[in-house]
Design a binder for this molecule. Structure first.
Ligand SMILES: Cc1cc2nc3c(=O)[nH]c(=O)nc-3n(C[C@H](O)[C@H](O)[C@H](O)COP(=O)(O)OP(=O)(O)OC[C@H]3O[C@@H](n4cnc5c(N)ncnc54)[C@H](O)[C@@H]3O)c2cc1C
Length: 279
């Protein structure tokens, strides 16, 4: 490895890989390019990231038909995860309280330049190499964005962790309304409804909605897997063991942490860049 020019490979081709590749523009991206599961339009950044240029919109966060506040956020988490909810969810809240803006990721993501499209079938941590079919890829640093449970299997690492998760089924709809509202995004969370979340973008006289429920999808547009993941403290051990072997896991599924949002991916990647290239 050249100290100034290590070979960095990004594994995976989703939103995290896209953000990581902005921070490491010379890194090679490989992995399975999944068809876009659903319109990325209703994803939003909780703060603008340099190198990205998105549309700023007002966000209304609503919990069980009431504006989000500390109390109903706690009650919502409790209803989803039970009395022991604090053990499963990260302390930091994903639910913005008060006046809040978001930055819409709306169809303007630059397509990733993927050097090799395919499923990784084997990872050899000792030799710092992985395989896609018959092709071998050597790295100095591997930035993994594929789900941690899949990655550990590819390394033949046995884990006691059971990686609890449930598929998320996505529904979408577009409607025309007779009145023009100010452009804004309304995010509703429901503790007692078939759908646990609905996200509606009001733009001009149209509204674009995405609704999600837990379970396999028969009538929706797509099923996300692993989907909803349950956090577990034990996973830190797996992440650290990979880290010391130059595999850095970044992203909601790679870190198996359901609180991770896209700006967290960006922050972690920037720190990693400082570590690799020196401050
Ligand atoms: C419904 C929903 C809404 C969300 N909304 C927001 C939001 O508004 N704002 C926000 O900041 N975050 C949001 N998130 C959280 C998170 O930012 C997203 O889940 C994000 O899309 C995760 O991207 P990722 O790249 O980490 O994982 P993925 O999109 O799952 O990407 C993983 C990649 O790895 C590839 N792969 C998997 N296995 C292999 C293998 N064996 N070999 C090769 N490649 C493989 C896949 O094909 C894929 O390309 C949301 C999450 C969900 C579930």
């Amino acid at each position: 490895m050249s100290a100034n020019n290590p070979k960095i490979i990004i594994l995976g081709c989703g939103a995290s890989a896209s953000i990581v590749s902005h921070v490491f523009p010379n890194a090679i991206i490989v992995g399975k390019v999944a068809p876009p599961l659903y319109n990325f339009g209703l994803h939003y950044l909780h703060r603008p990231l340099d190198a990205f240029n998105y549309v700023k919109v007002k966000i209304d966060t609503v919990i069980d038909y009431m504006k989000a506040n500390e109390e109903n956020i706690k009650a919502y988490k409790k209803s989803i995860y039970g009395d022991n909810w604090e053990a499963h969810v990260n302390k930091k809240s994903q639910f913005p309280v008060g006046e809040h803006y978001g930055w819409l990721i709306k169809g303007n993501r630059k397509p990733l330049e993927v050097a090799r499209n395919g499923l990784v079938t084997k990872v050899n941590l000792k030799e710092k190499l992985f395989m896609i079919g018959e092709d071998k890829f050597y790295y100095d640093f591997l930035i993994n964005t594929i789900p941690l449970n899949t990655f550990l299997k590819l390394c033949d690492i046995e884990t006691k962790e059971d990686f609890k998760c449930a598929p998320i089924c996505i529904h979408q709809r577009t409607s025309i309304s007779n009145y023009t509202e100010e452009t804004h995004l309304r995010v509703d969370y429901f503790s007692n409804y078939e759908f646990y979340r609905s996200t509606i973008l009001y733009e001009g006289n149209k509204s674009y909605g995405t609704m999600e429920h837990i379970g396999d999808c028969l009538d929706g547009v797509a099923t996300l897997r692993p989907g909803k993941t349950i956090n577990s403290g034990a996973i830190q051990y797996e992440l650290s063991s990979l880290y010391i072997k130059n595999v850095i896991c970044i992203g909601r599924y790679a870190q198996w942490d359901s609180s991770i949002l896209l700006h967290d991916v960006y922050d972690r990647t920037k720190i990693l860049k400082d570590i690799i290239y020196g401050l």
